[in-house]
Design a protein around this ligand. Structure first.
Ligand SMILES: Nc1ncnc2c1ncn2[C@@H]1O[C@H](COP(=O)(O)OP(=O)(O)OP(=O)(O)O)[C@@H](O)[C@H]1O
Length: 279
């Protein structure tokens, strides 16, 4: 269980994350939605300690993540992998080496740069690429791949960390609809089949309701909705996106006041059923 208690991040006079409290059980797939500037990226960066909180606490399995230093912090970052909108691969390296760099926290920088990876790690990397249906590109330079392929390589690299949690910061924002579907399908498969908790920042409601067990809506740094997709009403969406942003966030298929899960979507039974201002 990942527990976030009254988490806060201020940048000068801006409160990017404002008293956020969430409990995320192992194996849940959570979509974080909100307008640009709502604090979604900052929240993910706080969770894996790429950013330091100015208040509050993060616990994982009872351990105080916010207090970790040195090796323990490196270990946490390995357990809590992150993927990004822009993939963050090393363009001039081939795909397999990019994936093996997921072991950086196990090796140290010098050893990884000298490509001192074990045969078991290389086999693991190929399996991860195969799992994401991209093993055939293992020897290609990363920058020869399409965006969707690069994001799958980034997911394979994250899997090399053997994470408990995968944080995905707008993973499909740079992709066309077809590639976006492939990447979201891959994230859901990893969540369902390997029990890895996935916390995913998403711009559109459609994607969040189709793929996630639970939706967390943020506005001005605070959590303004927390519940299963079926409870995300138009009124709640308006609170998250504001009247101006709602049209952009909604799909044209939404006609009722309840935005229920898409057909075949992930079940919502494990998500909390409460709608709160700060769960
Ligand atoms: N390093 C920083 N220095 C100063 N302000 C920052 C910094 N990072 C984020 N902010 C501010 O914090 C607020 C939240 O930003 P954040 O990037 O977390 O939002 P977001 O919901 O992820 O937006 P987007 O969808 O555009 O990425 C914004 O007002 C942003 O300008």
């Amino acid at each position: 269980m990942l527990e976030i208690h009254s988490l806060e991040k201020r940048f000068g006079s801006v409160t990017a994350v404002d008293q956020v409290s969430l409990k995320i059980p192992d194996g849940q797939m959570v979509g974080i939605i909100g307008r640009s500037g709502a604090g979604k990226s900052t929240l993910l960066r706080l969770i894996n300690r790429l950013a330091e909180p100015t208040g509050g606490q993060i616990l994982y399995a009872g351990d105080d993540v916010s207090a970790l230093r040195g090796r323990e912090l490196m270990a946490w970052r390995a357990r809590c992998a992150m993927i990004f909108q822009q993939f963050n691969l090393v363009n001039r390296l081939d795909v397999i080496t990019n994936v093996l760099l997921g072991r950086l926290n196990y090796h140290g920088f010098a050893s990884a740069m000298l490509k001192r990876f074990t045969p078991a790690e290389r086999a693991f990397a190929i399996r991860a690429l195969d799992r994401l249906d991209i093993a055939q590109a293992a020897l290609q330079r990363a920058d020869t791949l399409s965006g969707g392929q690069q994001q799958r390589v980034a997911i394979a690299r994250a899997l090399m960390q053997e994470p408990k949690i995968l944080l995905a910061d707008e993973p499909i924002a740079s992709l066309d609809p077809r590639n976006a579907t492939v990447v979201m399908d891959a994230l859901r498969a990893i969540n369902r089949e390997e029990g890895i908790t996935v916390v995913c920042n998403l711009h559109t409601l459609d994607t969040a309701r189709a793929y996630c067990d639970r939706i967390v809506g943020m506005a001005s740094g605070a959590v303004v909705f927390d519940g299963p997709p079926a409870e995300l009403t138009i009124q709640a969406a308006r609170e998250i996106y504001g009247v101006d942003g709602l049209d952009e966030a909604l799909s044209e298929s939404v006609t009722s006041t309840s935005i229920g899960p898409a057909p075949g979507a992930a079940g919502s039974t494990s998500a909390p059923s409460t709608r709160t201002a700060a769960a």
